[in-house]
Design a protein around this ligand. Structure first.
Ligand SMILES: [Zn+2]
Length: 460
């Protein structure tokens, strides 16, 4: 992901005349003015059915509902609730013709009127009568041999914890199931107790991955049978590797000094690497065969579906520092190993998908694969070191979205800096690309040769 994408993202955010947060009430879904963590308090109050009146002489507002009233003044941080003065958790301000406050202030104004607000301003809000549970919709689908459960509704995403016979999703406030549940594949039931939704698994099934997604906020739980039933896609004789040419289609990736595009370089290197691996008898699938747009999560989803033995994502780096150069190999971590690694992950993660990163939850599958991912990254990086003319920066860890959710050893390679005047030239040349592909293939083969056979110990 080149810097200009991020720059464009932030420019749009700052220049936009209006930013709005989606608010869901029992009656409707609408948008309310918001800016940073501030929301339009009058609109929020009116959505509860409260009458809001302005008294020009006092410059104050009064909201009335169900026999209660709350009075407040822009510029102050106090409210008069049913005649009693109360401090608010923050100031009420006037902003571009709107009367705004943060979520805590909104919550304090709503409470005396019998309403509660859930969620956060960044991803969406739900307004409910106080004490009423927020509805959750569970969508259950089969994907190859796996069962995918998507929980959507409350904008505040849950924390997932193992529970007897399944997985418990801990929400921040009470929830309820909105629709009858379709029991499919590995899901045998779901129950709600207060703010905890528990998914029950069919014996022999396990949680392969669980992670939040944005737009709209939802939580995904991927279930896999501990005893694969031999679906057509997973029947094969030898190892299978999924190679991911970074970017593609509308997402051009980084751009080199000579105009060369990252998406073009990564596809060329991926094709050459696949050629080398196939010659060695390895089955290979690419996440894109041409210049196509492919979502980050669909890239690992393919590898998961195929039960690949390794997933390698190929990228080329860019830096505003023209001197930056060298190849580096990453494996997934919730924390970056250094500030440069953090910056690389930030560049590669699509803006729309970064906001969930802080919430990424790790299940046992990831932990089991962490050591083998580190070994895959090392085998690759060791051989990249031998590619003439490309400096090396070593093996690093960072939270790359494209690596999250992979249920097999996974690594991301930055084959060099397109932004470096000489290295950018080098990685665009077919001859260097062949040497890089040789190194990647040799590293992957070395990894597969020493990979332990799939054993129950590798399963969570
Ligand atoms: Zn990239």
């Amino acid at each position: 992901m080149p810097m200009r994408w991020l720059a464009a993202f932030f420019t749009v955010a700052m220049a936009a005349p209006l930013m709005a947060v989606t608010v869901v009430t029992p009656a409707r879904t609408t948008e309310v003015f918001s800016r940073a963590d501030l929301i339009d308090l009058l609109e929020i109050l009116r959505l509860t059915g409260a009458e809001v009146e302005f008294a020009p002489a006092a410059g104050s507002y009064t909201a009335r509902r169900a026999g209660h009233e709350v009075q407040f003044t822009p510029g102050g941080s106090l409210a008069v609730v049913d005649g009693r003065l109360q401090p608010l958790p923050g100031p009420i301000r006037s902003l571009e013709g709107h009367t705004v406050g943060n979520l805590a202030v909104a919550s304090a104004l709503l409470a005396p009127l019998g309403w509660a607000v859930h969620g956060d301003v960044g991803s969406g809000l739900i307004l409910t009568p106080a004490g009423e549970a927020a509805p959750i919709t569970l969508a259950v689908t089969r994907e190859g041999g796996a069962t995918v459960v998507v929980a959507s509704g409350p904008p505040a995403l849950p924390r997932a914890r193992p529970a007897p016979g399944g997985l418990a999703l801990h929400y921040q406030s009470p929830v309820r199931l909105a629709t009858p549940l379709a029991l499919e594949g590995g899901l045998s039931g779901a129950s709600v107790d207060g703010s905890i939704l528990t998914l029950q698994l069919v014996p022999g099934w396990e949680v392969a991955a669980s992670y939040p997604l944005d737009d709209p906020p939802r939580f995904v739980v991927r279930l896999a049978s501990a005893f694969p039933t031999g679906a057509a896609e997973v029947q094969r004789s030898g190892p299978l590797v999924v190679i991911d040419p970074g970017h593609g289609g509308e997402d051009q990736g980084a751009q080199g000094a000579g105009g060369v595009l990252e998406k073009t370089v990564t596809l060329a290197v991926a094709r050459l690497t696949a050629e080398r691996l196939r010659a060695a008898g390895i089955e290979v699938r690419l996440t894109r065969e041409g210049d196509e747009t492919v979502a980050l999560r669909d890239r690992t989803a393919l590898a998961n579906r195929l039960r690949a033995d390794a997933f390698v994502s190929i990228h080329a780096n860019a830096s505003p520092a023209r001197g930056a150069r060298g190849a580096e190999t990453y494996y997934m971590s919730a924390d970056a190993s250094d500030p440069q690694a953090a910056a690389a992950a930030e560049r590669e993660n699509a803006p729309a998908e970064t906001t969930t990163l802080g919430l990424i939850l790790w299940d046992l599958a990831h932990v089991a694969n962490l050591n083998s991912s580190a070994r895959l990254a090392r085998e690759i990086q060791d051989r990249l070191n031998a590619v003439h003319g490309i400096a090396t920066r070593g093996v690093k860890q960072a939270p790359f979205v494209v690596l999250t959710g992979a249920t097999m050893p996974a690594a991301l390679v930055e084959i060099g800096f397109l932004s470096h005047p000489e290295e950018g030239q080098l990685v665009s040349q077919p001859d260097t690309q062949r040497r890089i592909a040789d190194a990647l293939a040799a590293g992957i083969l070395a990894f597969l040769r020493n990979a332990p056979p799939p054993a129950p110990a590798e399963q969570p």
